[in-house]
Design a protein around this ligand. Structure first.
Ligand code: GDP
Ligand code: MG
Length: 678
């Protein structure tokens, strides 16, 4: 014998010696016809509340004191009250229920009065029978052998009522099994004969029923399966009674028994956790003598229970997501939290609710999913909005460090930072998504893209400004290199030369930003941006450069400089002759004539310095494309662009020049007198 064999034998031995479980009972409907509040608690106690549809329900009916409870106790190991043989004490009225010793079977025992013959309480009997039919898969009909064939017998009367009710009240009746147990079977008449007699009786009853039109041709077997069993007298033949009960019990235990009593079609399809509600509602309908519509009852129970179960599932879900819901910061691995939370909640729902009427189950499931997914979307949206903020922060610091390097390439750095930021946002947002739920980061991504664009265009503006400063500085240097020379020769084309020099300087500086594209010359500052943005930046730079011209023109037209230039001009004409040879005044010279000529031509230069005018008479004015920008600039007054000196500035220049000229004239005069004296 191998060790494994010995173990299995040991297990078997233990199993054989484990006594069958004994269960207590509950009064489902009491003597006052009130339905109990404790049925769920009872089902819980006997471990069947969460059995779903995996349970069976059996009821018994028949005349009082015909040994029904005795039979049930013997067959199912229940402990229903049995009338005491010695003092004929009445058992407690009502409908009782107990779990059987067999696998997941519930048995209901009906206790009426003994008064059928006395015409008492037929109402309760009838209602109890209806209740049994509405709830049970198998109805055990308990009958004495000597009652068989007595068509008018008490049981047959009750059966007729039950059949009638089954036909008329239940809009779509379930099938059930009627199991006739013939008691005190003497054995002279074989069971087959008794069964044939009973079947004939039943068919006769069936035929005599008033049936609705569409069921006119129906047979009893369309609605009921029939089984028969016989038991000897319990007290006179106890051993044979016990054997009979044992073999009858086999039909409840083994699916392989030819007479196995249960069939899917008998089941009322009410899950165990909804049974109490269903049974109570059925009982109330019966009590009120209302039409019994079982499918409606089943749907009502399904609705109520699915609602309750959905609430449990929702509570579970809310608990699971609570930790991530209120977080102000980033929750890492969000998908790993919310995904399982959703699955767990649906599992809670599916496990219990899937046993109910499927349309109700499906409907409520959809509602639950919508509710869960709405919440998930909220949580997810919050998550991606935080990712958005983090992305912006990362972008800013990465740009700051990139642009902090000595030799950065603006466009490359920015574009890299931008695409890295978007990539890591999408990666994090995708990671937090969960299968089967539509969680979209699209709109947040759009808004992030927009924010980045804005940040980039701000950075570009700063960069363009830096570039502009560099360019204007270069232009200023070029102007400073050339202007002194230009201003030294105050000819009529003074301003033409000024403008030409300026334009050359501007052209030089912008040259390297010009590119040809599709046959057009456009600018590219190398900073990215749209054509419009670049155009604005170029215009801004040009404007700054024109401002340089504005300033430089004024710098070179300061009253002192102008006076100095005029003085030189006057001196050139007064102190030197036409050949450039210094004059040595002789008494015969007409000093005042030379003086007047020189002064006059010098004075004629003043308007040239006062207003920037080209040789063709046009005043110097900025190009039209930069005028609006210059106009907005508070540093300059565009109207005054060509005006170098105002009338009030000219007056002192004139008088100073006159004074200087006069003193030179006096000097000249004095020199001739001295030469005469010598
Ligand atoms: P119930 O009212 O139908 O539940 O009947 P009980 O089980 O309470 O039993 C009523 C009486 O019938 C009791 O006194 C039992 O002893 C007796 N009894 C039980 N089984 C049998 C049986 O097989 N044959 C006869 N003749 N009496 C029985
Ligand atoms: Mg009884």
């Amino acid at each position: 014998m191998t060790s494994s064999e010995s173990v299995s034998e040991l297990v078997e031995a233990v199993a054989v010696h484990t006594p069958a479980p004994e269960y207590s009972q509950i009064q489902v409907i009491n003597e006052d016809k009130v339905f109990s509040n404790n049925v769920n608690a009872y089902l819980q106690k006997v471990d069947l509340l969460s059995a779903g549809l995996s349970y069976h329900l059996i009821s018994v009916f028949g005349s009082q004191s015909t040994g029904k409870s005795t039979l049930l106790n013997a067959l199912f190991g229940t402990k229903f009250d049995v009338m005491d043989e010695t003092n004929r004490r009445q058992t407690t009225k009502g409908i009782w229920m107990s779990r059987a010793k067999q696998d997941r079977i519930l048995v209901m025992d009906v206790e009426g009065t003994d008064g059928r013959e006395r015409g008492e309480d037929q109402d309760f009997e009838r209602k109890a029978a209806l209740f049994a039919l509405a709830t049970s898969e198998v109805l055990i009909v308990n009958i004495w052998e000597h009652q068989v064939g007595l068509y008018q017998g008490a049981n047959m009367g009750l059966l007729k009522t039950v059949f009638e009710v089954n036909l008329s009240l239940f809009s779509s009746p379930n099938r059930s099994l009627l199991l006739f147990v013939i008691r005190d079977h003497i054995g002279v008449t074989p069971l087959e004969n008794l069964a044939a007699t009973l079947t004939a009786d039943l068919e006769r009853i069936w035929d005599s029923l008033i049936k609705p039109n569409h069921l006119q041709d129906s047979k009893i077997t369309d609605f009921f399966s029939l089984q028969f069993a016989a038991l000897p007298h319990k007290i006179l033949q106890p051993e044979r009674f016990r054997q009979g009960v044992d073999s009858l019990g086999h039909r409840f235990e083994s699916e392989h028994d030819d007479d196995y009593v249960f069939d899917k079609s008998y089941h009322r399809n009410v899950p165990a956790d909804g049974w109490s509600m269903y049974a109570q509602s059925v009982w109330e309908q019966i009590e009120l003598n209302k039409d019994l519509d079982l499918p409606t009852q089943q749907v009502l129970v399904a609705r109520f229970r699915c609602e309750e179960i959905a609430a449990q599932a929702w509570e579970r879900f809310e608990n699971d997501v609570k930790p991530v819901e209120g977080m102000s910061g980033l929750v890492s691995g969000l998908g790993d939290i919310i995904g399982p939370a959703r699955t767990a909640a649906l599992e809670v729902y599916d496990t219990q609710a899937s046993r109910y009427v499927s349309s109700v189950y499906e409907g409520k499931r959809k509602e639950l999913i919508t509710k869960i997914d709405t919440k998930l979307a909220q949580i997810y949206n919050h998550h991606v909005s935080i990712l958005h903020k983090i992305a912006i922060q990362k972008f800013n610091s990465s740009v700051a460090s990139e642009l902090g390097r000595p030799h950065y390439v603006f466009l490359d750095s920015i574009q890299r930072a931008q695409s890295e930021t978007l990539d890591s946002f999408v990666a994090a947002a995708t990671e937090a998504q969960i299968a089967g739920v539509l969680l979209s980061y699209e709109s947040e991504l759009q808004s992030l893209t927009y924010d980045l664009e804005e940040a980039v265009s701000r950075l570009r503006a700063v960069e363009a400004k830096k570039l502009g400063t560099k360019i204007t500085r270069r232009v200023a240097t070029q102007l400073d290199d050339n202007f002194p020379r230009i201003y030294k020769v105050p000819s009529e084309d003074l301003w033409d030369r000024v403008v030409l020099t300026f334009r050359e300087a501007l052209e030089n500086c912008l040259e390297k930003y010009k590119v040809e594209q599709d046959g057009l010359v456009i600018y590219n500052l190398g900073l990215g941006g749209t054509a419009d943005e670049v155009a604005i930046e170029i215009c801004q730079i040009k404007m700054e450069v024109w401002k340089v011209l504005y300033r430089k023109m004024r710098e070179y037209s300061k009253p002192d400089s102008v006076l100095l230039r005029l003085r030189e001009y006057f001196e050139d004409r007064f102190k030197y002759d036409a050949k450039g040879v210094p004059r040595v005044w002789k008494p015969s010279d007409d000093i005042s004539e030379v003086y007047s000529e020189a002064l006059k031509s010098t004075m004629l230069l003043l308007p040239l310095f006062a207003t920037a005018k080209l040789a063709n008479g046009e005043t110097v004015f900025p190009d039209p494309d930069v005028v609006p920008a210059l106009d907005r600039d508070e540093e300059i007054d565009i109207e005054q662009f060509p005006i170098m000196l105002s009338e009030s500035q000219l007056l002192p220049i004139r008088s100073d020049l006159k004074r200087i000229a006069d003193s030179l004239y006096v000097d000249a005069k004095r020199s001739t007198i001295q030469s005469v004296r010598q």
